[in-house]
Design a protein around this ligand. Structure first.
Ligand code: SAH
Ligand code: SF4
Ligand code: F3S
Length: 453
C-alpha cells in the first residue's frame, strides 16, 4: 500500500506553491495525499513566520499532532512529522526543543531534500534539520512535471528579498533575491498549460523585481516574461503578485496597456500613508510616489482594480500618521486589501525601535481602517451588479449545483446554473453582490444550449 502525506499550508501563495512542489517530490517515493491528518504517514506543516500569531499557531497545531501520533503509534503505525517553511527557517532546532514530536525541520530553500530527510528520519530515528541555502538551485532538483489541481495555477518566478523593510522577516527566512531562468519557467508553464491550466499567477516575494538571465545572456524583466507566456494560445489569463512600488517599471505598466491576457487587477502594498513612517519602515518611496504610480497605471489601464497591504501601529505611529493612512485609502479606493496590526518580530530593526504602540491603540486603528476598506470593497462589488463579466469557473461551490469562479478583478463569482461547467471562461451577468463575492447568471448565447431537465 502506498504511503500517505498530509500537508497543512500557512502564509502566502509562495507557500501554497511550495506545498504543491513538496507533494510532487514525495510522489517520487510513492506518497499520495491523505484526506485527514490521522491517516497520514508523513505530516508536513508548511509554516509562516510573518507575524507572531502565525508562528504561535504552529505550536498549538503541533500539540494536536502529538496526540494523533500517539494514537497512530498505539495502532502500530509510524508517523513522521515535518515542519517546513519560514518558521522552520527562522527557528531551526528550537522547534524540536519546544516540540519533540517533530522529526524533520526543513527550510523553504531546502525542501527539495525532503525525500532524503524522510529516509534519514526513518533510518536514524532521530531529528533531522536542514535549513541550508544550497548553492545550486532547488528548482532544478524538483520533478519537472506538475499535475495542476485546477484550471488556475501558481508559478514561482522569483524568490527572496533584498529590501529589508524594518518590520519584515522575509529577507531572513527566504534569503536573497533570486530569479528563475526564462527557459525553465517556459517549460514549467508549458507543462501546466498542456495539462489544462488557463490562468497563471506568477509569484515572488518581490515578483516585479524579476530579472531572469536567459541562455543567450539577455536579462528578462517581468514584462518580457508576461509577454512570452501570453503567446501560449491555451493560456487565457495572467496575474502576478506581490509587487513592490519601487519595481513598478515603465515596461510593466505598459504591459497593463498592451498585454491583453494580463488581468486588470494589481496587488500593490503601500503599508503606510505617512512619509515619516514609510522612511522608518525603509520602504524607500513616498506617499506621492505611490500615488504617481497608481495614476500611471490607471492611465495605462483605466479599469484596473487595486488591492494592497497596510500596517497600523508601526512603532512611533501617531494619530495624525494613522489618519494619513486613512486618507490615502480614501484618495485611492481599493477593491480589496489586507490590513494588519504591526507585530514585533525578533531580530528585525523595528523590534528594537522605541515607542511601540499599545495593543489597544493598534486594535482601535485596525478596526477603523478595516471598516473603511470593507466599505470600499462592498462598493466596488456592488458597482458590478448589472454588468457582464467573463468568469473562469474553477470548482463546485458549497451548495449543490453551484459553481465558483473568478472575475478578471479576482472577485469570487457564484452561479447556480445548469449551463455552467468548470474549466471554462463564460460571460456572467452579475445579479447580486456582497463584501466578499458576487452572484450571477450565465449569459445565454446560441452556443450555449438551454438546459434539459
Ligand atoms: N513582499 C511583499 C509582502 C510580504 S509580507 C511586499 O513587500 O509588499 C505580506 C504583508 O505582511 C506585508 O505587505 C505587510 O503588510 C505584512 N507584514 C509583514 N511583516 C509584518 C509585521 N511584522 N507586522 C505586521 N504586518 C507585517
Ligand atoms: Fe518584506 Fe519589505 Fe521584502 Fe516585502 S519588500 S518581503 S515587506 S522586506
Ligand atoms: Fe509567511 Fe514566509 Fe510567506 S513568512 S508570508 S510564508 S514568505
Amino acid at each position: 500500500m502506498s504511503k500517505r502525506l498530509y500537508i497543512k499550508t500557512y502564509g502566502c501563495q509562495m507557500n501554497v506553491y511550495d506545498s504543491e512542489r513538496i507533494s510532487d517530490t514525495m510522489k517520487t517515493l510513492g506518497y499520495r495525499a491523505a484526506n485527514e491528518m490521522a491517516d497520514a504517514d508523513l505530516i508536513v506543516l508548511n509554516t509562516c513566520h510573518i507575524r507572531e500569531k502565525a508562528a504561535e499557531k504552529i505550536y498549538s497545531e503541533l500539540g494536536r499532532i502529538r496526540a494523533i501520533k500517539a494514537d497512530r503509534s498505539r495502532a502500530g503505525k509510524k508517523t513522521i512529522v515535518a515542519v517546513a517553511g519560514c518558521v522552520a527557517q527562522a527557528e531551526g532546532a528550537e522547534i524540536v526543543r519546544r516540540a519533540p514530536v517533530v522529526d524533520i525541520v526543513v527550510g523553504p530553500q531546502s525542501f527539495q531534500n525532503l525525500t532524503h530527510l524522510v529516509f534519514r528520519a526513518e533510518q536514524e530515528g532521530r531529528h533531522v534539520i536542514d535549513t541550508s541555502f544550497p548553492a545550486d538551485g532547488k528548482f532544478e532538483q524538483l520533478p519537472k512535471i506538475r499535475a495542476p489541481k485546477s484550471c488556475t495555477a501558481f508559478l514561482t518566478v522569483q524568490e527572496g528579498c533584498d529590501k529589508f523593510c524594518t518590520f519584515c522577516v522575509v529577507p531572513y527566512t527566504r534569503g536573497v533575491e533570486y530569479s528563475r531562468t526564462p527557459e525553465e519557467l517556459i517549460v514549467e508553464a508549458r507543462g501546466l498549460i498542456e495539462n489544462g491550466v488557463q490562468e497563471l499567477t506568477l509569484l515572488g516575494q518581490n515578483v516585479n523585481a524579476y530579472h531572469g538571465k536567459a541562455e543567450d545572456g539577455s536579462t528578462w524583466t517581468l514584462a518580457n516574461l508576461l509577454d512570452r507566456l501570453a503567446q501560449f494560445p491555451g493560456l487565457k489569463r495572467l496575474r502576478y503578485t506581490t509587487s513592490h512600488p519601487n519595481d513598478m517599471t515603465d515596461d510593466l505598466i505598459d504591459a497593463h496597456r498592451n498585454n491583453p491576457k494580463l488581468m486588470p487587477y494589481l496587488h500593490l502594498p503601500f503599508q503606510s500613508g505617512s512619509d515619516r513612517i514609510l522612511a522608518a519602515m525603509n520602504r524607500k518611496h513616498t506617499v506621492e510616489e505611490y500615488c504617481a504610480i497608481i495614476r500611471r497605471l490607471r492611465n495605462a489601464r483605466p479599469d484596473i482594480a487595486l488591492s494592497t497591504d497596510v500596517i497600523v501601529g508601526f512603532p512611533g505611529e501617531t494619530d495624525e500618521e494613522f489618519n494619513a493612512t486613512m486618507k490615502l485609502i480614501e484618495d485611492i479606493g481599493f477593491a480589496q486589501a489586507y490590513s494588519f496590526k504591526y507585530s514585533s518580530r525578533p531580530g528585525t530593526p523595528a523590534a528594537a525601535m522605541e515607542n511601540h504602540v499599545p495593543e489597544e491603540v493598534k486594535a482601535e486603528r485596525l478596526a477603523k481602517l478595516q471598516s473603511l476598506l470593507s466599505a470600499q470593497q462592498s462598493a466596488f462589488n456592488a458597482a458590478c451588479v448589472g454588468s457582464q463579466v467573463p468568469v473562469l469557473f474553477e470548482r463546485p461551490g458549497r451548495e449543490q449545483g453551484q459553481l465558483v469562479g473568478r472575475s478578471p478583478y479576482l472577485q469570487a463569482v457564484h452561479v447556480d446554473d445548469c449551463l455552467a461547467h468548470t474549466n471554462a471562461i463564460v460571460d456572467v451577468v452579475i445579479s447580486g453582490a456582497s463584501r466578499n463575492s458576487l452572484t450571477g447568471v450565465i449569459k445565454k448565447t446560441p452556443a450555449l444550449a438551454s438546459c434539459k431537465e
